[in-house]
Design a protein around this ligand. Sequence first.
Ligand code: CTP
Ligand code: C5P
Length: 338
Amino acid sequence: SDKKKKQVRVWVDGCFDMVHFGHANAIRQAKKMGDYLVVGVHSDEEIAKHKGPPVFKQEERYKMVRAIKWVDEVVEAAPYVTSLETLDEYNCDFCVHGDDITTTADGTDSYHIVKAAKRYKECKRTAGVSTTDLVGRMLLVTKNHHKPDEESVEKADVSDIGQSSCGHSPYTGVSQFLQTTNKIMQFSEGKEPKKTDRIVYVAGAFDLFNVGHLDFLEKAAKEGDFVIVGLHTDSVVNRYKGANYPIMNLNERVLGVLACKYVSEVVIGAPYDVTNDLMEHFKVDTVCHGMTPVMPAEDGSDPYAVPKKCGKFKTLDSNNELTTRMIIERIIAHRLQY
Ligand code: CTP
Ligand code: C5P
């Protein structure tokens, strides 16, 4: 067309340590303010200088941000204080940040320069989730670490949608996040598979969505054209993980998984057994699981018995050892810093 509008390029930056759906939601809103989104991620050294060392290494953090579906480009080792030079270097019109104040080690606003230059816009911070909140939930798990699983479940009043009416997770008690259909619509692309698409189905907890999950899903995406992730309910996850798991309730896990660019669709509260019905319903070609152990179903059976019997099951090696449990161990090792 002759009326070619100039592309609006948007800049977002941050630590993105323990990436959660609050970060993804900020990124989503920022992308909506323009056409092309550049995300600057701070280095470990820079974060250590301003707020203490991050839990996740920069390579992990860069990878996690790259996998968020609204991100067009990642700038590694972006400076903590956003400068006009940085915006200009990447041709960005303005910088977006959540409506909370971020300060440097000496207490100044990290965005004072871009604010003064009127190259700053705000997005709404997502209530009910933050790194500090997640760390709190994880430390709660460690309190009950050596107790038998049953004891920690006594406070659980579990509905299968995964959330009690007060908006608190029955297992960790601290979530304030309230899921809405609107938020799910914003996160999901509403894509339907094409007739010729090969459908891949994976199921799991996907609790504290992390780089291990990401490496697995990247492999799963290579097995077909349309990846469906089945998320187990909180009560199912609690049955096989025990203690105060899951750390994030089903509603939160839905958004975490939906933000990933390899995921096309999510089943909210998938049955533990991958049944014939489920396979037919979604026209599943391949069912995948990583190298992590498969917990037997309540009756002791293999949840993947059906796809295995018809030759539609495949084990994938994510080449990544990271698990939700290991993240919690890292937090304990870091706990003095929080
Ligand atoms: N952000 C948000 N909602 C949240 C948490 C973060 O909108 N619940 C936004 C921040 O405002 C920022 C971006 O995500 O624009 C990335 O910032 P980062 O420095 O990683 O976030 P923190 O604010 O440190 O996040 P947290 O409190 O979770 O550590
Ligand atoms: O443990 P969880 O149910 O969240 O795992 C979801 C899927 O991701 C499983 O198939 C698991 O094997 C896979 N995974 C992986 N590598 C990791 C972590 C998880 O392949 N490091």
